[in-house]
Design a protein around this ligand. Structure first.
Ligand SMILES: Cc1cc2nc3c(=O)[nH]c(=O)nc-3n(C[C@H](O)[C@H](O)[C@H](O)COP(=O)(O)OP(=O)(O)OC[C@H]3O[C@@H](n4cnc5c(N)ncnc54)[C@H](O)[C@@H]3O)c2cc1C
Ligand code: FES
Length: 234
């Protein structure tokens, strides 16, 4: 079983968990994590925050029982990890803006690393976190605390925008990009059970019929989906 190398608190209820080993994955994919033997039965989906030659990291917020159990893990503890799952963000030949809100910034660090010259726009309602990692990985970093990060983005000059975060932020971004021709890729969340497309718990409606967020997503073209309460799991 993989072993935890560290589990550091970055802000209130926000932790970065590092696990030793060789791991695979593309930007925007996720792993199913399980740091307990008993209840709850189901693993929890957490995005790839970073992968290096010696390990993988996950940035997470304590939201309930499962993530609270993750927060209790210490260096040397073993952890159940399955993945990578999901489609991830597409490779883009050109300049990409990464727009994240709160915990939605989690998958964007690895995107910044894989894309090399992406600009990061990071919005937080209060305490920001993981900024140093973004400063090392992205071509530029714009941070907005307590305001609207979408206001800081000028879409001209970008070939694509990737986003993850609260629904109102992603909706505002979709509206801003309307008519610009700049494609928007949204990473969506639904409650998950199996994580691999077998149980239909994460089924969602798209313009192309029902899709599974775990296997057909979590990344969709914004115009394929209604950014509505269907994805509001918080
Ligand atoms: C593809 C994907 C990637 C994700 N990546 C990250 C990540 O990188 N970092 C991170 O902190 N969280 C991430 N999440 C959310 C994370 O999976 C949930 O916060 C977690 O499953 C909650 O489990 P829990 O047992 O702690 O809380 P529960 O006790 O199950 O629920 C507590 C609260 O969390 C909400 N919740 C439950 N499931 C989800 C969910 N799937 N998404 C959002 N909120 C949920 C519930 O509605 C409830 O309000 C991701 C979710 C998905 C689907
Ligand atoms: S979580 Fe089972 S099909 Fe997506």
């Amino acid at each position: 079983m993989p072993v935890v190398t560290s589990n550091r608190k970055l802000a209130s209820d926000v932790f970065v968990l590092e696990v030793e080993g060789r791991f695979e994955g593309q930007m925007g994919q996720f792993y199913m994590l399980r740091g307990w033997d008993d209840y709850p039965l189901l693993s929890r989906p957490i995005s790839i925050h970073d992968i290096g030659p010696n390990g993988i990291s996950f940035l997470y917020r304590v939201a309930g029982y499962g993530t609270e159990r993750l927060a209790r893990l210490e260096a040397g503890d073993s952890i159940g990890l399955e993945g990578p799952f999901g489609n991830g963000f597409p490779p883009i030949d050109g300049k990409v803006a990464l727009v994240g809100g709160g915990m939605g910034t989690a998958p964007l660090l690895y995107a910044a690393k894989q894309l090399k010259a992406a600009d990061a726009y990071l919005g937080f309602s209060r305490e920001p976190f993981a900024l140093e990692s973004f400063e090392q990985a992205a071509a530029s970093v714009k941070v907005n605390v307590g305001g609207y990060i979408v206001d800081d983005l000028d879409p001209s000059g970008y070939d694509a925008v990737f986003t993850c975060g609260p629904l109102p932020m992603m909706r505002a971004l979709a509206k801003k990009l309307e008519g610009t021709g700049v494609p928007l890729y949204v990473s969506l969340e639904k409650r998950m059970a199996c994580g691999v497309g077998a149980c239909l718990v994460c089924s969602c409606s798209t313009k192309h019929g029902n899709r599974k967020v775990c296997a057909d997503g979590p990344v969709f073209r914004a115009e394929e989906v209604e950014l509505n309460e269907e994805f509001d799991v918080h």
